[in-house]
Write a protein that binds this ligand. Structure first.
Ligand SMILES: [Ca+2]
Length: 150
């Protein structure tokens, strides 16, 4: 099994300039088949997280890559509480582009963080969403895209 993985890793090197990161499910920017034990490692990778309070306090959630047309349909982990109009702070890996919108369907006032890094692990910290255009307790839809250079 390990031999297969090694071969795949070598073949994957230099094959792409930027490899999209699939949500929270990819720890390293190298294309390779899933193997025993790998799922646990991947689950620890988090590229974009949001918090209910300023300065990363209160409830926290890691949100995978994707388009979220209405956060009313997403609940804080372990609760029945919708996430719309709740985000107050965020951490955004520099390999991600994140767009936050005040209204559903990607409308209303918005804030965007561009993708400015190629290697995962460097977070931009946004301790207070009231200081950006979208505002505190206002996010209702969003788009998250992350990609790592390989
Ligand atoms: Ca809040």
């Amino acid at each position: 099994m390990s031999k297969v993985i090694r071969t795949a890793a070598v073949l994957g090197m230099g094959a792409a300039l930027a490899l999209p990161l699939a949500g929270t499910a990819q720890a390293a920017p190298v294309a390779r088949p899933a193997a025993t034990g790998e799922a646990k490692v991947q689950a620890k990778a988090c590229y974009v997280s949001f918090y209910d309070k300023k300065n990363f306090g209160g409830r926290g959630v890691c949100m995978p890559v994707g388009d979220y047309i209405n956060l009313r349909h997403y609940k804080w982990p372990g609760t029945n509480i919708p996430m719309d109009n709740k985000y107050s702070s965020a951490k955004i890996d520099k390999v991600c582009k994140v767009q936050l919108f005040r209204d559903f369907k990607y409308k209303g006032k918005s804030s965007t963080w561009k993708r400015i890094g190629g290697v995962p692990g460097n977070l931009r910290k946004v301790p207070d969403l009231s200081k950006v255009k979208v505002g505190d307790n206002k996010v209702t839809s969003m788009k998250i895209f992350c990609a790592a250079d390989v």
